[in-house]
Write a protein that binds this ligand. Structure first.
Ligand code: HEC
Ligand code: HEC
Length: 223
């Protein structure tokens, strides 16, 4: 009887451990004031005026969006992902012919490795349950075909930087995007950006599944 009880208790503790980490992570998010810049609770900005006040990307669906290993690294030593700032119009000053880009705002997170692991555990619990998972099908990457669709037909490079090819800076770079993001989330975001961010300046297009798979396969290997 006691043996069974002991087993039951150890089983319970094994289950409790990850959520205890996530609870620590939640407390760390609060004590580090991540929420002073990031929305940790939805919904996303509903009006352009709200978007213009956005200091940092939304994190309330971080668990659907990111790869955990990337999160753990990033929140210890953040880099610039959006060279034109979080809200491009707030980061440029119009100076005659050319736009002058001011220093983009940087993420203030400087967590230790241990704290970063706990915070990442917590962030990974923040999911949008309506997102379909298991949608992305890893396949042969057709780089040339993907570039024709993305750079010639759709001009994704008007806003996004393509590794080695340059591009616009009004939104996140595609450099290292495969390491950063969950491919199912990329699929969902490209299919319907406004589901995630109603006032985002990326248009919804009617891509079929094959085109979405082509693009996400390309992005997963873009470095
Ligand atoms: C002073 C404001 C500020 C604070 C405080 C802050 N951040 Fe950030 N964070 C930013 C900005 C600005 C960016 C966007 C950087 C870029 O894209 O170049 C960012 C980006 C991020 C990203 C990547 C988001 C994405 O969609 O690309 C994560 C993850 C993140 N921060 C986590 C955190 C965590 C965790 C904390 C608290 C420990 C935190 N941040 C505190 C401003 C802040
Ligand atoms: C008019 C500018 C614009 C164009 C053109 C555009 N996007 Fe975007 N894209 C955005 C903005 C704005 C965001 C989100 C901004 C943010 O997270 O700060 C975004 C986000 C993304 C993301 C998520 C990136 C991340 O790191 O969070 C992916 C993936 C993406 N776009 C793919 C595409 C693809 C594929 C195309 C072409 C079919 C495209 N975009 C065309 C503006 C654009």
């Amino acid at each position: 009887m006691t043996r069974i009880l002991a087993l039951a208790v150890s089983a319970l503790m094994a289950v409790a451990a990850p959520s205890a980490m996530a609870a620590d992570g939640k407390a760390l998010v609060e004590s580090n004031k991540c929420g002073s810049c990031h929305k940790m609770v939805g919904p996303s900005a509903q009006t352009i005026a709200e978007v213009m006040k956005r200091k940092a990307p939304d994190l309330f669906y971080a668990g659907s969006k990111f790869n955990k290993d990337w999160l753990v690294k990033y929140i210890q030593s953040p880099t610039t992902l959006r060279a034109g700032g979080v809200v491009y119009l707030n980061s440029i000053s119009l100076n005659g012919e050319a736009d002058v880009v001011k220093d983009p705002p940087k993420c203030a997170s400087k967590l230790s490795a241990g704290d970063a692991a706990a915070v990442a555990d917590y962030l990974m619990t923040l999911k949008d349950a309506s997102m379909k998972t298991g949608v992305f099908k890893p396949g042969k990457v057709k780089k040339a075909r993907a570039r024709v669709v993305m750079m010639k037909d759709e001009a994704c490079n008007a806003c996004h930087v393509f590794p080695g090819k340059g591009g616009g800076i009004s939104c996140p770079t595609f450099e290292g995007i495969g390491e950063r993001l969950n491919p199912d989330w990329m699929y969902s975001f490209i299919q319907d950006p406004k589901h995630w961010d109603p006032k985002v300046w990326m248009a919804k297009r009617d891509f079929d599944d094959a085109t979405l798979q082509l693009m996400v396969n390309f992005l997963m290997t873009a470095d």
